[in-house]
Design a protein around this ligand. Structure first.
Ligand code: GUN
Length: 299
């Protein structure tokens, strides 16, 4: 029997590196011209290890492309009003082009209240109602970095999207919901037929098996098995989980929402964890910061 064609492993690190290189060149030119340097800020509340890691990666990536980056750290018992004051300060500081408030926030703080207070022109996460609304309407907006990064990956690998059946697993505000909207937009490299699946979806496996492009953002380690995937499907894995692994020096290994070793045998393209979607999320955040600095979304 002829060997089945191997899946292409989507190299998010490589695509992100190219994007960051282009951003770095643009930032260098600004510095050479004595223009202001783009500045990304992050707010980190408490000491959730995953959030610490994410914010540290964002800060490092900003430095790599020559941007200014600053992290505002607060203890987990900061009050909601105090955090609103921080947001007001960041909105008013003209040196800061864009900022993110790392989620999740402690339970006593209403996340919506905080997000709604962010100036949409500095909302490089694309989480404010204004940016989400504009995105839904297909108008220029800051796009949530993970779905934006996935759209860029599909484009980079020339994966046909128009007319295809895209199945998105998970309806979070950060990934699943915006992903479903971007894929269905009447635009180049979009125009898909989209099904958004969630915890109440019936016949889930039947739906996933009909996907030409399957995007797993469900938050369950190795949830997507080979028998849930159509032969030749494109599989994008948004999940990131630590699984205990005594054979690793760290004591754990990273896995996604997809059982990679099984699904790689069936897919035509598959994004790995780590090294797939994650690096793109950070690259798109930097891209949004550059757009904020140049006032290209909010002139
Ligand atoms: N928590 C998990 N992902 C994200 C993200 O993309 N942005 C923010 N602000 N918090 C997150």
């Amino acid at each position: 029997m002829a060997n089945k064609k191997q899946a292409v492993i989507i190299d998010g690190r490589k695509v992100a590196a190219e994007l960051k290189e282009a951003i770095k060149k643009e930032v260098s030119k600004m510095i050479d011209n004595d223009d202001d340097t783009p500045h990304l800020a992050a707010v980190l509340v408490g000491n959730d290890p995953a959030s610490e890691t994410y914010v540290a990666s964002k800060e490092k990536a900003a430095h790599t492309v020559g941007m200014v980056s600053s992290t505002y750290r607060y203890p987990a018992d900061i009050t909601e009003n105090e955090l609103l004051e921080v947001v007001d300060y960041l909105n008013s500081d003209e040196e800061i082009d864009g900022y993110i408030v790392q989620l999740p926030l402690p339970k006593h703080i209403d996340e919506n209240k905080i997000i709604h207070r962010i100036n949409p022109a500095k909302d490089v996460d694309g989480f404010t109602p204004e940016n989400v609304g504009k995105m839904v309407l297909g108008q220029p907006a800051f796009l949530s970095a993970t779905p934006y990064g996935i759209m860029e990956l599909l484009k980079y690998y020339n994966i046909p999207v128009a007319g295809k059946h895209c199945v998105v697993l998970g309806r979070s505000n950060i990934v699943g919901r915006p992903m479903s909207i971007l894929l269905s937009q009447k635009k180049d490299a979009a125009n898909a037929t989209v099904t958004l699946c969630h915890s109440a979806t019936e016949n889930l496996e039947e739906i996933t098996r009909s996907a030409d492009i399957l995007i797993a953002a469900i938050g369950k380690p190795q949830f997507v098995k080979a028998d849930m995937v159509k032969d030749g499907a494109v599989v994008i894995d948004v999940g990131i989980h630590r699984l205990k692994d005594a054979s690793k020096k760290s004591g754990y290994r990273l896995v996604g929402d997809v059982d990679f070793n099984e699904v790689v045998k069936k897919a035509s393209f598959i994004s790995p964890v780590p090294g797939g979607v994650g690096p793109m999320t950070i690259a798109m955040l930097l891209k949004n910061t550059l757009l904020a600095h140049k006032k290209e979304i909010y002139p």
